[in-house]
Write a protein that binds this ligand. Structure first.
Ligand SMILES: O=C([O-])CC(=O)C(=O)O
Ligand SMILES: [Mg+2]
Length: 203
């Protein structure tokens, strides 16, 4: 695994967001189907027309292990981009996760798989299989541009997109932020005098 991805996996999405000055996050309507899910890795992008998911299968076949499939389903809420079978295929081929601007189905079975999926919710109806769609093109997912090869970090707080060429700089800033936050909390929280001194220093 790329050392960048290992470092990304250790980071809360909030620190990555701070490193990007609060920009580049997806719409908060795209949520993990289990609270504890986390995704961190390179984006493999998929663009599909509303209600059509053949290209998701093509993407699962083409993507590398660890890749995060980022699917622009145009926010369509009536047809499922995937269900427990398609998510199971992504898991079997060791992809890193699925981020969908759209909905899934078979939610019970999909949760049981233990594979990280982020989406806008569920529906009962399947998508069509006409074969239309594009892989590894620039897309917009949850209102945010995503290029093939950008990096994605997502958890219960939200999903952040890191432009591929900024990964090194953003990682360093986000790590520094995380260490500073941890040090500050350990020093101040639970210590009333330190808490008062902190408030006096910032107000
Ligand atoms: O077949 C589909 O399009 C969605 C589905 O139910 C599955 O993946 O299990
Ligand atoms: Mg199904």
């Amino acid at each position: 695994m790329e050392q960048w991805i290992q470092r990304l996996q250790e980071l809360p999405s909030t620190c990555v967001s701070d490193a990007l000055q609060g920009k580049s996050q997806m719409d908060p309507g795209i949520c993990p189907i289990k609270d504890e899910y986390k995704v961190a890795g390179r984006a493999f992008t998929v663009s599909i027309p509303p209600g059509e998911n053949t290209s998701v299968l093509r993407a699962i076949r083409e993507a590398q292990p660890g890749d995060i499939l980022v699917v622009d389903g145009k926010g369509f809420l009536s047809r499922a981009v995937a269900g427990d079978f398609i998510v199971g295929l992504a898991q079997t081929l060791e992809l890193g996760g699925l981020v969908i601007d759209g909905v899934i189905r078979d939610i019970g079975g999909t949760r049981e798989l233990g594979f990280p999926v982020f989406c806008r919710g569920t529906t009962v109806a399947a998508s069509g299989k006409t074969g239309i769609g594009e892989l590894q093109v620039p897309i917009c997912c949850g209102g945010t541009p995503v290029q093939p090869g950008d990096y994605i970090v997502g958890d219960r707080d939200g999903i952040v997109v890191i432009p591929g060429e900024r990964i090194e700089e953003v990682l360093s800033k986000a790590e520094e932020r995380m260490w500073k936050d941890e040090e500050r909390s350990a020093r101040i929280l639970g210590h009333p005098e330190a808490a008062r001194a902190y408030l006096d220093s910032v107000l």
